[in-house]
Design a protein around this ligand. Structure first.
Ligand code: COA
Ligand code: AMP
Length: 639
């Protein structure tokens, strides 16, 4: 693709594709290595590419020790703002380093070492960040599981990652509800064939839980004792595994390496986000998601920023002005969140009264990602805030933005609805199903030419074959993003949505296939389908369609209530599965394929033609009646 000619961005982008060794080698000079790399890009074993092969480093050293050694020990590294506990606490780089090194020492004494896996299942507390960095310090591989996932989801991750230890807390807090983590953890360990040797539990003042003798240890106990130093690891060694929804109920273990991740995230802080050292950066997400890994923890600390760790709902009750209060109180320079948050803010405060009540002169830019941002929300935010609002596109797999508006390098005119230009290293193309490249402005499958840039996943955890089959087999030599979209005449990228059965609920990635597996496990369900339907605030929510077994004689409402409870129990509340229509048959093609897209259109109230391939058009009327019975199509603005 040919973006703007003669610009700084153009030079960087071109060099990153034509001479990746020079471009990323130069970027790598901004971080600290224990041993330099032999090759910037090791392309000796395609399609498996490795960045900075031969180099040795430590991620935690670059996040903390380096800055303290350079005299910035007293600068705030982390500000913990927790309205749900009434706490605001700041940790300097020196303080955070001390905590991390001591906890790392404790992990070492428990026998956790380089290459061992450690699952972290924690709420948004500073100890979660300490746990991640402590793993990085000793070369252990962390796998953070989002606290909103239920026991079954945690169990599938424990089974796959086979952790030596699990670090958790007694509870999380959702507004005013205590979420008891310990029973979820115990149940997950029961369900998993792999059992960890140790569980380290942070006892929060809100809830003290009994510990299991011989297995459980108190957080405080573990961190008593000598600190641990940084262990040099290979640049290509895994730093973490982060599980993300696949097309089945089995999540995929996205692996992140140490070296490429460090270099790419450091580059992105200045060049994409326009952040300087010492700036205050707030990613209003959760450490359980990739955004939290990259931009609550690693990116800001690599770049010596102050990162905000916010525990609570940044929108709605109890404080509809929470975003603006935090920006004012902590002098936030750059904010990153999901569009869903701004849709919710806009609904509650259409005139922006809360925004006006707070000063935000420090505030320079808002970045949005995780789902498509509708142009109305983007305009609304831009007008009320008076700062650039930048929609940027990325995935758990890539770990940082594939496309965005590189504020620090050069700011391009925004086109609402577009994610602007590809970032260095991403050679983005649009292909049709047969594998031919499509011309400008034609929508198709978005692919990225290999190699992916540093920071992107080198493979799936212990599943090279799955990596190739899922991402590389469709178009050899290219990574399949599973997003559809187009590139316009200026080289801008337009992302339209997923091409697989993954939906984005409040910016969280949920597999409709995984929900279908849960519905199908109910004894009264003969057949089912789940489609993502449009929601004014959450973007999309899953909606179930179920056919009950003949003669079961059960009350359909009771079955639906059961299904809603089951999904909440097995996947978790964040699936936001609240409704299902009981129907007599599912619409199918003559070859038996369920027409989920058609059901979605009826639920959304989108006009649709009767598909030519449908086996029985009459079934669509029945579906429409069933949907009307449960409140579809919804009116715009209705939640
Ligand atoms: N532990 C337990 N439950 C959790 C949870 C956690 N860590 N996080 C969310 N949940 C629950 C919620 O309480 C809610 O439960 P409910 O059905 O009982 O109400 C359910 O999961 C759905 O959560 P969510 O979709 O987040 O909706 P919400 O109404 O609670 O919050 C927003 C809406 C907009 C405030 C919230 O989604 C948000 O701030 N999103 C933007 C940031 C973000 O998440 N970005 C991710 C990628 S950048
Ligand atoms: P996740 O892996 O959870 O970050 O989700 C990645 C998916 O979210 C992508 O494949 C897209 O479908 C969607 N996504 C992320 N950012 C954007 C964006 N800016 N615009 C449109 N879709 C996005």
């Amino acid at each position: 693709m040919v973006p703007m000619v003669g610009s700084e961005y153009e030079r960087a982008y071109r060099e990153s594709l034509d001479d990746p060794g020079v471009f990323w080698g130069r970027a790598a000079e901004d971080v600290c290595w224990f041993r330099p790399w032999d090759r910037v890009l090791d392309d000796s074993r395609p399609p498996f590419f490795r960045w900075f092969a031969g180099g040795r480093l430590n991620t935690c050293y670059n996040a903390l020790d380096r800055h303290v050694a350079q005299g910035y020990g007293s600068q705030a590294a982390l500000v913990y703002d927790s309205p749900v506990t009434g706490t605001v606490a700041s940790f300097s780089y020196a303080e955070l380093l001390e905590k991390v090194a001591r906890f790392a020492g404790g992990l070492g004494r428990l026998g956790v070492g380089r290459g061992d896996r450690v699952v972290i299942y924690m709420p948004m507390v500073p100890e979660a960040v300490v746990a991640m960095l402590a793993c990085a310090r000793i070369g252990a591989i962390h796998s953070v599981v989002f606290g909103g996932f239920a026991a079954h989801e945690l169990a599938t991750r424990i089974r796959d990652a086979r952790p030596v230890a699990i670090i958790s807390a007694s509870c999380g807090i959702e507004v005013d509800r205590i979420i008891r983590y310990k029973p979820l953890l115990d149940r997950a360990i029961d369900l998993s064939p792999h059992k960890p040797e140790h569980c380290i539990i942070l006892q929060r003042p809100q809830l003290e839980v009994p510990l299991l003798a011989g297995r459980d240890l108190d957080w405080d106990e573990v961190q008593e004792g000598p600190a641990a130093d940084c262990v040099p690891v290979e640049a290509t060694d895994p730093l973490y595994i982060l599980y993300t929804s696949g097309t089945t109920g089995v999540p995929k273990g996205i692996v992140r390496d140490n070296g490429g991740h460090l270099v790419a995230l450091t580059w992105s802080m200045r060049n994409l986000y326009g952040a300087g050292e010492g700036d205050v950066f707030w990613a209003a997400s959760d450490i359980g998601w990739v955004v939290g890994h990259s931009y609550i923890v690693y990116g800001p600390l690599f770049h010596r920023c102050t990162s905000i760790l916010y525990e609570g709902k940044s929108v709605g009750t109890p404080d509809p002005g929470a975003f603006w209060r935090v920006i004012e109180e902590h002098g936030v320079n750059v904010l990153f969140t999901a569009p869903t948050a701004f849709r919710a803010i806009r609904r509650e405060d259409p005139e922006g009264a809360h925004i006006r009540r707070h000063r935000h002169d420090s505030f320079r830019a808002l970045f949005l990602a995780g789902e498509r941002c509708d142009p109305e929300t983007l305009h609304w935010a831009e007008e009320r805030l008076g700062v650039p609002v930048i929609d940027h596109w990325w995935q758990t797999e890539t770990g940082w933005a594939i496309a965005g508006n590189p504020l620090g390098l050069e700011r391009f005119p925004a086109k609402p609805g577009s994610c602007t230009l590809p970032m260095p290293g991403y050679d983005v193309r649009v292909f049709d199903d047969a594998g031919s490249e499509l011309p400008r402005n034609r929508t198709g499958n978005i692919v990225i030419k290999l190699p992916l840039p540093p920071g992107c996943f080198p493979s799936l955890w212990q599943d090279d074959a799955g990596f190739v089959a899922t991402y590389l087999a469709a178009y050899p030599g290219y990574y399949l993003t599973a997003d559809a979209g187009s590139i316009d005449e200026d080289g801008y990228l337009w992302i339209m949505g997923r091409t697989d059965d993954i939906i984005n609920v409040s910016g969280h990635r949920i597999s409709t296939g995984a929900i279908e597996e849960v519905l199908a496990s109910h004894p009264d369900v003969a057949e089912c389908a789940v489609a993502g339907v449009t929601d004014a605030i959450k973007g999309e929510v899953p909606l179930g369609f179920v056919v009950l077994k003949a003669g079961a004689g059960h009350d359909p409402d009771a079955v639906v209530a059961d299904l809603v409870r089951l999904v909440r129990e097995r996947i978790g509340p964040i699936a936001v599965f609240k409704k299902a229509a009981v129907v007599r048959r599912l619409p199918k093609t003559r070859s038996g394929k369920i027409l989920r897209g058609t059901m979605k259109k009826i639920a959304d109230g989108t006009p649709c033609a009767v598909p030519a391939t449908i086996d029985d058009p009459a079934v669509l009327d029945e579906i429409a009646r069933a949907l009307t019975g449960i409140g579809y199509p919804r009116h715009p603005g209705h939640r």
